[in-house]
Design a protein around this ligand. Structure first.
Ligand SMILES: [Zn+2]
Length: 470
């Protein structure tokens, strides 16, 4: 705006100063401008001077132009030199060496050197760590971290070790490399329960704890394949079988009479005697005999005595049978008894009292309790009624289980002995209980087992292995 205004003014009102100013804008040396200023008042219009200028010698103008080009070149070169100096300076700055203190000795390294560079420059040779399995075993010696390091007293973690760049003056302490654990992944796994073996100390062995599968998250080594439990989500529950002579906890004086190998043609007379004295007993019945005599099974039940199983065949001892035969010996007899109206039971008396840890393991949860005896009548030897009575009463104690038979041969001696046995023991103050009632009197035996018909819960899995004894 002001330029346009001044330009207009110079057109309309030519002014010497403006003119000279215009002249001054012409490419001339400074002193010539001064000359024209001095001649400005004398020469008007200044035609001659202008013509002089137009006729100015060519070499001078050319020299002026070349000078301008030269100065540009000089500037350019100057800039290049400065750039080179600055660039070089930067390069030298970026690549300068600095001193760091490595394990007590001053070491010269390039600035921004990594710890590996510093280590190499120092000549120090730490012992590398090993590659370790998730289970803690050495998979490869020397395959762990190359070194460890602390800088200015601070131990560096893995990221810090990688990120370190030397700036100078750091105090670096190298140490041996750490062990590195193999790569791994997590898996959810089940642990099968095992059976904890029992020691036979009593007449009744029973399931004290049903077996349950354990679940847990495991860390599995990708190199070693080893697995380590990381978190247990469901603890494994081993099968626990216990052996006991039940003791009434209320201090009462009780005894249990049991009869094996029936029911038979003698059984009803046994029931009549029991009824006469108003007592109950337990009948361990054979499966086929129960099937053949359902009316006797029901008579036993109606009398209030307990019906349990003496298994099916009463052949070879159960411990000598293969697992399948063993299970059918047990299960089939239970089914026969229930089919005959005797009710559900999972309590057995093994023939010959033969039942051990291995038999329990093979039984696959088919039974809840195995009951033998404390006092043997030895009635099967037909020793005479008096002998049978003394066998059953001498040494009687509270919680004892008496063995007699209501089948398997001539039972006349038993029928003669039984009232005397009852009278003798009643005279000593004993009350007669069934096996279920006896089991219920000792809280060591779980309630479901004491009920006489406990079965393995659905979420349980019978073990196939015994816990190794140490
Ligand atoms: Zn028998």
């Amino acid at each position: 705006m002001s330029d346009r205004y001044s330009s207009r003014r110079s057109d309309n009102q030519p002014h010497p100063r403006t003119t000279s100013s215009n002249r001054g804008s012409h490419p001339r040396a400074g002193h010539q401008v001064s000359e024209s200023r001095f001649s400005r008042s004398q020469i008007e219009p200044d035609y001659p001077q202008r013509s002089y200028q137009q006729r100015a010698p060519q070499p001078q103008r050319r020299r002026r132009k070349r000078g301008s080009r030269d100065s540009r070149t000089s500037v350019f070169i100057g800039v290049l030199i400065i750039a080179a100096i600055v660039g070089g300076g930067i390069w030298f700055w970026l690549n300068r060496t600095v001193n760091v203190n490595v394990n007590g000795s001053s070491t010269e390294v390039r600035v921004n050197a990594t710890l590996a560079d510093v280590l190499q420059a120092s000549g120090f040779t730490p012992q590398p760590g090993d590659l370790i399995s998730v289970g803690g075993n050495v998979l490869e010696e020397g395959a762990g971290a190359t070194f460890s390091a602390s800088v200015n007293g601070q131990e560096l973690d893995e990221d810090q070790l990688n990120d370190f760049r030397a700036k100078g003056s750091e105090r670096i302490e190298f140490g041996d490399g750490a062990d590195v654990t193999e790569p791994s992944h997590e898996e959810e796994r089940e642990t099968q329960p095992k059976m904890e073996p029992y020691e036979r100390v009593g007449a009744i062995t029973y399931v004290a704890q049903w077996p349950k599968v354990g679940k847990g998250v495991y860390t599995v080594g990708d190199v070693s394949g080893e697995s380590v439990l990381k978190e247990e989500t469901q603890p494994v529950q081993n099968l626990v079988i216990a052996s006991i002579n039940p003791q009434p906890e209320d201090g009462s004086k009780v005894i249990a009479i049991t009869f094996d190998d029936g029911p038979s043609s003698y059984t009803q007379r046994y029931l009549d005697i029991l009824d006469k004295y108003g007592i109950k007993a337990t009948f361990f019945c054979l499966g086929p005999a129960a099937e053949a005599n359902p009316e006797l099974i029901q008579a036993i039940k109606n009398q209030g005595s307990q019906i349990a199983s003496h298994t099916k065949s009463h052949g070879d001892p159960l411990s000598t049978l293969d697992a399948d035969t063993l299970r059918s010996e047990i299960s089939d007899a239970f089914a026969s008894i229930e089919g005959a109206g005797g009710g559900a039971t999972t309590v057995i008396r093994p023939p010959y009292g033969d039942f051990n840890n291995d038999t329990w393991l093979k039984s696959n949860g088919t039974l809840s309790a195995s009951v033998i005896w404390n006092l043997d009548s030895e009635d099967w030897t037909l020793p005479g009624a008096d002998a049978i009575v003394s066998n059953c009463t001498n040494g009687a104690y509270s919680g004892a289980i008496i063995l007699m038979h209501d089948g398997g041969g001539n039972r006349d001696q038993d029928l003669e002995a039984l009232p005397k046995i009852i009278e003798n023991l009643q005279g000593q103050g004993y009350k007669f209980v069934t096996i279920n009632e006896l089991m219920a009197m000792d809280s060591n035996i779980p309630e479901d087992v004491a009920s006489g018909n406990a079965t393995m819960p659905e979420d349980c899995v019978w073990p196939t292995e015994m816990v190794e004894s140490e």
